[in-house]
Structure formats: structure tokens, C-alpha cells
Design a protein around this ligand. Structure first.
Ligand code: ATP
Ligand code: MG
Length: 435
């Protein structure tokens, strides 16, 4: 993309309405535009990151054996009456009436709908296990939308649902998602720590929130300091095997959100090993048994012919929230520092003197060799403005090319995260960028 023709509006001023750094940077870097309270339009650079994040989520869901579907945003109130949640959900649910006076709603989540869909096709226990997910917009009429996409009203979520014959099988599905989540966040360069979360009426230890530590996080969390040294990608799991060694390792130390905090267990940990911090919830997994299969009338004949309600779990990831979390975790005073795996473009090419034949030619060669991976700053602007925008937008690499370098056939490559600089030939620069 050539900046001279791109729609990448950056702001020099700090927007007054933004209270936290990720929100400020998302507005300044032109990633999103608020259109109503808690509702955002995604501009080109923001949309590219949103897609990259979604793609990592998708690849790890697929790897774990889940299958992608796409359910609608608008749902019928009748479905929610079957589970009893239509009234329970309260004011967070956006209720809509169509022209025939039928009650509809903009889905805040999809347990009812997916259970109803699965019910239409499941004929016997042989149709189990199954895990279905989608990446779709949700609406929750939050009382206090804030922090930009972090707590929006309309937001993009990956939500998945597993159906199993037995409790043990359901727990295996849960562990598959647990491991898939560790991998997903690690691939984005994030350390998300699974923490015991409120399981509601089911009880047991089978709900975890995946939390990224950040000062601006909305959750208060308590954890053992060992977690800070755990490496999620250290042991790559084979999803068909026994996953308990991995999940046991991650649940062997104390880590809990405020709601689940257990003072006695906490005080038993030596003081120097305790970390209490703020965190951002980026994912939440849940095993809830037959709550929806029973209330929505989903049952299949088991191996002995007797009907069984499948054991279910649900698994959410805040895809749009992750953009805020990624920026909270990776920025400096000058702007965003995108991890390579989610960056909108791999490199910003800075043409320091558009119109200079040698400079234009070298920039053009580099740009042509990186189709859809480079943002070329060919604007008629001062170098200082280009440096500032490149730092603000946060591509992992900057290729800085001026007349002197061009004459010598050299590209100055800067690594955004560390500030390291390299003087390289075109070929070597390309190799480094492609990594
Ligand atoms: P929270 O406690 O932050 O309100 P939740 O427990 O209501 O979240 P879940 O129902 O578990 O959220 O939804 C799954 C994921 O969707 C969350 O882990 C979070 O990452 C994301 N999410 C939830 N609410 C919002 C929101 N208002 N804006 C953006 N992302 C959200
Ligand atoms: Mg939650």
C-alpha cells in the first residue's frame, strides 16, 4: 500500500476522550473510529490486524479439531425463552422487534443457537464429540463502554461450543481448548495466564479466564510468580494424546481472579512468591455439563439406546479486545510495536526523498518484492514526519531509504521493537524482513 493513496489517517494530537494508552494509540494510528458509544468502524490498518488476530485464532481452533461455522448476529427471542435466559440476561441484551412484531435480539453469545442447530442433526452418540466455533460480532449493551475496543458494546468474539457423550470426554474437549488457547495467545506474543474463574451453578474447577497482566486491566488477579517464567510454547502438544500433564502444570500454581480469590490458599504461599496485579481478560473457557442440552431438549440415543443429553462446554476469545491488549502489552512513547505475527504490514518503507530517481527506484524494488506486506511512505512530507508516523503505526521493520543510501545500493533497516539498525543490500534487507 502506498501511503500517498492510502486511507491511513494518523493524528498528532492525543484524543482527549481516551483514558488508556492502547485506546489513544488506536485512535492516533487510525485503526478505528468510534461511531457511537462503544461501537467502532474498523479502518484499513485496524482491519488488517483484526483479520490477522482472527486468523491465528482460526488456525489454532482448527488444529485442535474444532470446525468453523458462521451463525447470524440476530437471534429469535424464542430460542432464549427455551433456556430461560431471555429474562435473566437483563439490560445487557439489545432487544429488537421486527415488522411483524416478532421479538428478536442481537446475540450477546450463542449457546442457545448452537445447541438448537446441533439438535437438528445429531442422531446418535456416534455424532459426538463435535466442536463448533464461529468468529462473529456480538452486542452487549454495557453500562459503561470504555477503553475503546477493550470494553465495547459491539465486539468481535470467537465463541466455540463442544458436545460430548460423557463428562470425561467433555473434560478432554475442555483441555484441548485450554491448550489451544495457550498456543493462540503465545503466537501473538502474549503471555496469557489461565486463572481459576467462577463456574456458576456447576461448581468444580472447570472454568478458566485467560488473563494478560497489564496495569490498566479491569480485573484484579492473584498469582504465583512462577507463572511469569512459564513458556506456553515449551511443550507442543499432540491434541490426540493425554493433555493432562500440560493442563496440570498450568493449574499446579495458584492463579485466580478476584471473584475466585481464596485468602487462605493465598496466605499459604510465601510472601515473596505472590504477585497481585491487574489483568485483561482475553479468553474464557467453561464446562457447564448439560445445562443447555437439557433445557433445549438436545438428546441422542447412547450406546445402550437410552437418551443422553450431551455434555457441553463453551469457549470465548475477545478478538477485537485483543487489539487493545496487544497494544497495552507492546508499545513505547512513540507508538505501537506490533508483534510480527499480527502486524498490518511487515515493513514501512520510508522514501526520504520522493522524486529522487535513485531513491524512488530502490524503494520501488523493495516494495515490489513484498506484495501486500509493505507500506510505502511516498508522501511529499519531511523525513521527521515520516519517522514519527512509522513509529506510531508500529510495523516491525522500517526500511529507510534516502539519496545517499540509494546511490550505494543500501537500505537502512530499523527494528521497531529494539531500535537496532542495519545497513544492508536489497537482498539482505528482504531476507531479514521476510524473517
Ligand atoms: P467481562 O468480564 O470482561 O465483562 P465476560 O466474562 O462477560 O467479560 P465472556 O462472556 O466470557 O465475557 O466473553 C468471552 C470474551 O469476550 C471475554 O473473555 C472477552 O475477551 C470478550 N469480551 C467480553 N465482553 C466484551 C466487551 N464488552 N468488549 C470487548 N470484548 C469483550
Ligand atoms: Mg468472562
Amino acid at each position: 500500500m502506498r501511503l500517498s493513496r492510502a486511507f491511513l489517517p494518523t493524528l498528532k494530537e492525543t484524543p482527549a476522550e481516551a483514558q488508556i494508552v492502547s485506546h489513544r494509540l488506536m485512535l492516533r494510528a487510525g485503526l478505528v473510529r468510534q461511531t457511537s458509544a462503544g461501537i467502532y468502524a474498523w479502518l484499513p490498518a485496524g482491519l488488517r490486524v483484526l483479520r490477522n488476530v482472527g486468523q491465528i485464532v482460526r488456525e489454532e481452533q482448527d488444529r485442535a479439531g474444532a470446525q468453523e461455522i458462521l451463525m447470524p448476529t440476530i437471534q429469535s427471542a424464542d430460542l432464549w425463552r427455551q433456556s430461560g435466559r431471555y429474562d435473566d440476561y437483563g439490560k445487557e441484551m439489545l432487544r429488537i422487534t421486527d415488522r411483524h412484531d416478532r421479538e428478536m435480539l442481537y446475540g450477546p453469545t450463542n449457546e442457545e443457537m448452537v445447541t438448537d442447530i446441533f439438535k437438528s442433526y445429531a442422531r446418535s452418540y456416534r455424532d459426538l464429540p463435535r466442536n463448533l466455533y464461529h468468529i462473529q460480532w456480538k452486542f452487549r449493551d454495557e453500562v459503561r463502554p470504555r477503553f475503546g475496543v477493550m470494553r465495547g458494546r459491539e465486539f468481535l468474539m470467537k465463541d466455540g461450543y463442544s458436545f460430548d457423550l460423557t463428562q470425561e470426554a467433555a473434560q478432554h474437549s475442555y483441555r484441548q481448548m485450554f491448550v489451544a488457547y495457550l498456543r493462540t495467545f503465545a503466537r501473538m506474543g502474549l503471555k496469557a495466564i489461565p486463572m481459576a474463574a467462577d463456574t456458576g451453578p456447576i461448581g468444580g474447577n472447570l472454568s478458566h479466564e485467560f488473563i494478560i497482566l497489564a496495569e490498566t486491566g479491569e480485573s484484579q488477579v492473584y498469582l504465583h510468580r512462577d507463572f511469569l517464567n512459564f513458556d506456553p510454547l515449551a511443550e507442543l502438544p499432540d491434541f490426540d494424546g493425554d493433555l493432562t500433564p500440560i493442563t496440570d502444570r498450568w493449574t499446579s500454581r495458584y492463579a485466580a481472579t478476584d471473584e475466585m480469590h481464596d485468602e487462605a490458599a493465598w496466605n499459604a504461599i510465601p510472601e515473596g512468591e505472590r504477585v497481585s496485579a491487574r489483568g485483561i481478560e482475553v479468553g474464557h473457557i467453561f464446562y457447564f455439563g448439560t445445562k443447555y442440552s437439557a433445557s433445549m431438549g438436545l438428546s441422542v440415543p447412547g450406546p445402550d439406546g437410552k437418551p443422553v443429553h450431551p455434555e457441553m462446554g463453551s469457549y470465548g476469545i475477545g478478538v477485537s479486545r485483543l487489539l487493545g491488549a496487544l497494544i497495552e502489552a507492546s508499545h513505547d512513547d512513540n507508538g505501537i510495536i506490533w508483534p510480527d505475527s499480527v502486524a498490518p504490514w511487515k515493513v514501512s518503507i520510508l522514501n526520504l526523498k520522493p522524486g529522487d530517481a535513485g531513491t524512488d527506484a530502490l524503494c520501488g524494488q523493495l516494495y515490489a518484492a513484498l506484495p501486500d506486506q509493505a507500506l510505502l511512505d511516498d508522501r511529499d512530507e519531511r523525513p521527521g514526519a515520516k519517522f514519527a508516523d512509522a513509529d506510531l503505526m508500529g510495523m516491525p521493520w522500517q526500511a529507510i531509504i534516502g539519496p545517499r543510501g540509494a546511490a550505494a545500493g543500501k537500505v537502512e533497516l530499523k527494528r521497531r521493537a529494539t531500535g537496532e539498525r542495519f545497513e544492508l543490500s536489497l537482498e539482505d534487507a528482504l531476507a531479514k524482513i521476510k524473517g
